[in-house]
Design a protein around this ligand. Structure first.
Ligand code: CDP
Ligand code: CDP
Length: 197
């Protein structure tokens, strides 16, 4: 069975949390595509070369979750050649046998517009920054400023900007618990699969 769940949305909206839960519930493979861009940004040197030669070791560095790595990722993510170098891998992952869930910024728009389910997960910038701050600590006002700056760069870039497609189901997690957001996602997927929950 080929079945793709595309999950897009701004920073710290809950994409990863929902993706992991959905993957476990339905037995789908999961790809956190943000990690690819984080790894390219963290590698340094020529970003296009970094994207073309990305290895497992690059993807398992333990400094990929920092705020700095997020900023570096969004700077290399505006380069069309970097995005192009990462496209084939993501597309084959999306259409692999057995079902796949991919989360990122351009999954429903560019990587897999034919995805059977498209979700756009969002929340207010303040709530998202607070959640990220609980994870990384430091100065909460600075975390908020960085989240806003990164969202702006992701939404305004010319190639594959962050946006919700028309056929995406929007899940606003501003006041939704993780469990409630996962339930909404699972209901949409079960309906598309034609299975009873
Ligand atoms: O993948 P993305 O950056 O969109 O977000 P995430 O890593 O899944 O979630 C960011 C943080 O928000 C995590 O610590 C989640 O536990 C938390 N979260 C939450 O408190 N309530 C939600 N409804 C969703 C996520
Ligand atoms: O977890 P969080 O939502 O904070 O970030 P991420 O998903 O790890 O993505 C880091 C950065 O990579 C984003 O701010 C985007 O600039 C870029 N990215 C992208 O351009 N396209 C994707 N499909 C995924 C991430």
């Amino acid at each position: 069975m080929i079945f793709t769940v595309a999950i897009d949305g701004p920073a710290a909206a809950g994409k990863g949390t929902i993706s992991r839960a959905v993957a476990e519930r339905f037995g789908f493979a999961h790809l956190d595509t943000g990690l690819l861009y984080r790894a390219v940004g963290a590698k340094g040197g020529d970003p296009v070369e970094a994207a073309l030669t990305l290895s497992d070791a690059d993807l398992t560095r333990d400094d990929l979750r920092t705020l700095e790595a997020g900023q570096a990722a969004s700077r290399v993510a505006v380069i069309p050649e970097v995005r192009a170098a990462l496209t084939d891998y993501q597309r084959s992952f999306a259409r692999r046998e057995g079902g796949a869930v991919l989360d990122g910024r351009d999954i429903g728009t560019v990587i897999c517009p034919e995805a059977e389910v498209k979700l756009f997960v969002t929340a207010s910038a303040e709530v998202r920054a607070h959640r990220r701050w609980l994870e990384v600590g430091g100065d909460e006002a600075q975390v908020l400023a960085e989240v806003i700056e990164r969202d702006k760069r992701d939404a305004e870039r010319a190639t594959a900007p962050l946006k919700a497609v028309e056929d995406a189901v929007v899940i606003d997690t501003t006041v939704l618990s993780i469990n409630a957001a996962v339930d909404v996602a699972c209901r949409v997927i079960a309906e598309a699969l034609g299975v009873r929950q």
